[in-house]
Ligand binder design. Structure first.
Ligand SMILES: [Zn+2]
Ligand SMILES: [Zn+2]
Length: 323
């Protein structure tokens, strides 16, 4: 197993860092950086052959698909076992699944940029439709990729949750963004782009439309945020150039994780009560398990510095591989 032990920072380089705008902290502890077992539990193949994949030969009526007919490439269906549904007032909401490709053996990161852009079309249309449902206040789009990230089905897919509440975690973030705006008369994410651009060391990738950063106070190893340069507040506001840029960056980042067989989640969300907040897509790799210190204090210990993460995504550090 090739691992970048030689590039580990010294053990005394730990640093307590505060979130850009939330009242929360992480301990970046690179003394524990990339210890041999860091990725060991992630070393399971994403591609799990299955005789019983529910997305192969899926007969569920489509909510949306592209293109129409038997040769669909992206398809939205109802979640077969929803916890939330529009006919249950006690757990009102909606859950849909976006089957990313008809091919069971393709990873999300192996799909073409054009194909990923079609998946984004599904995001745009379904977020818009679900937001119109009376009683819905929040829509989350997420991907579980790999067994550690909770993907019970290996076939590439995303999920959409529509909830009748704004989850408290999101409400807190929203309050903090509003507070930041009140204090500085500017958007926290617009400021993050400006500050990280001046700092230079945590920019994984950038182009005219998007910037991908390893956030200064990342709570997850190898965490990455994709932020549009324009103050876009709804997925439906993106133009074709921006969607192409987002697809290109997301493909590169997820391909890097796939190469190392690292499970990950990514998510984006829209809170209907807070339509003016800057869009962000967050990629959270699942490399570490939280232990007592994290669970007891809520202060997470991240064993990989965001600066190291940046170099890792850029291919400037050899990837860890179970082979
Ligand atoms: Zn399948
Ligand atoms: Zn902004």
């Amino acid at each position: 197993m090739a691992r970048p032990a030689k590039t580990n920072p010294p053990a005394n380089a730990a640093e307590l860092r505060k979130h850009y705008f939330l009242d929360s902290y992480v301990i970046i502890a690179p003394g524990r950086n990339l210890r041999p077992d860091l990725f060991s539990h992630a070393a399971e193949p994403h591609k799990v052959p299955s005789d019983h994949c529910p997305f192969d030969h899926n007969t569920e009526p489509e909510i949306w698909q592209h293109p129409r007919g038997a040769n669909w490439q992206v398809k939205v269906v109802r979640n077969a076992f929803p916890a939330l549904s529009t006919d249950n007032p006690k757990a009102f909401g909606s859950q849909e699944v976006i089957i990313n490709t008809p091919d069971h053996n393709l990873e999300f990161s192996e799909l073409s940029v054009e194909h990923i852009t079609e998946i984004f079309t599904a995001y745009r249309l379904r977020i818009t439709e679900l937001s119109k449902l009376e009683g819905i206040r929040y829509v989350l789009v997420f991907k579980n990729d790999g067994p550690i990230a909770g993907a019970s089905i290996a076939h590439a897919h995303c999920q959409i949750f529509a909830l009748p509440i704004v989850p408290p975690k999101i409400a807190r973030e929203s309050d903090a963004l509003n507070h930041y705006w009140d204090q500085k008369n500017t958007c926290a994410y617009c400021d993050i782009i400006e500050w990280e651009t001046s700092q230079k060391v945590r920019i994984i990738a950038e182009d005219k439309s998007f910037i991908a950063v390893a956030p200064y106070a990342s709570s997850h190893a190898l965490e990455a945020w994709l932020i549009p340069r324009r103050h876009v507040t709804k997925f439906a506001q993106f133009n074709a150039t921006e969607l192409h840029s987002l697809a290109t960056m997301l493909k590169k980042i997820t391909a890097r994780l796939d190469t190392s067989m690292i499970s990950f989640n990514y998510f984006l969300q829209e809170s209907l009560d807070n339509q003016d907040h800057h869009f962000v897509l967050k990629v959270e790799p699942r490399t570490t398990k939280y232990a007592g210190a994290e669970i007891g204090t809520g202060v997470e210990i991240n064993p990989v510095t965001p600066e190291y993460t940046t170099l890792w995504y850029q291919g400037k550090i050899p990837t860890t591989s179970p082979h």
